[in-house]
Ligand binder design. Structure first.
Ligand SMILES: [Mg+2]
Length: 312
């Protein structure tokens, strides 16, 4: 992996997130009339321009933890520190948190083992583990697929333990791994689809769950109409929307702006898309005023370097 990929991935998450924060909960129709084109302030969460949210904070918690090795308790403790003490927040305060993540952090603080903290109910499949999973790529990249799956499952399960959220994270990281290895995006799409499909079939995952991933695993998402792409907070929506935005554009800026202008869960669709686009096009392909305008830019640079040095 290169510095450009690592820095691009981490900055990509935060920039996609921050572009989307002012638009969260806004409808696609109203964003069509008044689209997000740049960092803007206030609106949905009354935050200044360039403010990232829970998606990036929890991503940075995971990244910082992995630099000291793989320790689920440490990852969980950092999530709790974010919630209680503003660790890795953009401006010192937590202004958004998902319900499933909030419940999991309460359980972590009561001492439950981290891989049992996340809900396993079918209706607890929001995008809260997918939105923060990207840094795990840098830790698992050299492992075999069985280990990659087991570790992804454990890290998702700190907040989201249902198999659907686990497979969504696994697919996202397998696709990102193909990009990290330097494959072009179409080759990565075909390869990751085939690999994940074979793996989850072999694992004996229920057909109902396998079928939910069919669009990504064995069809071409680029052929969908944009109107059929949902941007809700459901993990499948976020995964599909992000893949759609990444696959149908050819640069970082267009990918993240398409994502946030889908509306609804704009910040998370932006973050999940931005992670892939940043990794693929690289840090230097991100507009310079976004790299410098993101809150805590200097700290994110330091963290990126630490990740590169520790996990490279
Ligand atoms: Mg958020």
């Amino acid at each position: 992996m290169t510095r450009d990929q690592v820095y691009g991935g981490l900055f990509g998450v935060a920039i996609g997130d921050a572009l989307g924060v002012p638009a969260e909960f806004t409808s696609r129709a109203s964003l069509k009339l008044d689209p997000i084109k740049d960092f803007v302030g206030y609106k949905s969460h009354r935050q200044p321009p360039g403010t990232f949210s829970d998606d990036s904070s929890l991503t940075f918690c995971l990244a910082a933890s992995l630099c000291n090795g793989y320790d689920l308790h440490d990852i969980g403790n950092r999530f709790a520190r974010w919630y209680d003490a503003g660790y890795w927040t953009a401006g010192g305060n937590v202004f958004d948190i998902g319900m499933t993540t909030s419940r999991a952090i309460d359980r972590l603080k009561k001492g439950i083992h981290p891989d049992l903290a996340g809900d396993t109910a079918e209706d607890a499949n929001g995008n809260g583990s997918l939105m923060r999973i990207l840094p795990l790529l840098f830790y698992i990249k050299g492992m075999d697929i069985e280990q990659r799956f087991e570790i992804t499952k454990a890290v998702s399960s700190i907040t989201h333990g249902h198999i659907r959220s686990v497979i969504a994270c696994f697919y996202y990281l397998e696709f990102a791994l193909c990009l990290l290895k330097g494959q072009d995006k179409q080759m990565a799409y075909t390869a990751a689809g085939a690999m994940v499909s074979a793996f989850i079939t072999k694992k004996g995952i229920s057909q109902k769950e396998v079928d939910l991933f069919a669009l990504l695993l064995s069809a071409d998402i680029r052929q969908q109409s944009i109107d059929s792409i949902s941007s809700s907070g459901y993990v499948m929506s976020t995964l599909q929307a992000s893949m759609y935005c990444f696959m149908t554009t050819d640069n970082f800026k267009d990918a993240v702006l398409m994502a946030v202008n889908l509306g609804n869960d704009s910040d998370t669709t932006g973050a999940v898309t931005g992670g892939l686009a940043g990794l693929y096009y690289g840090f230097n392909a991100i507009p310079a005023h976004w790299r410098s305008g993101i809150k805590r830019s200097a700290d994110i640079l330091d963290l990126s370097e630490l990740v590169f040095i520790s996990l490279g």
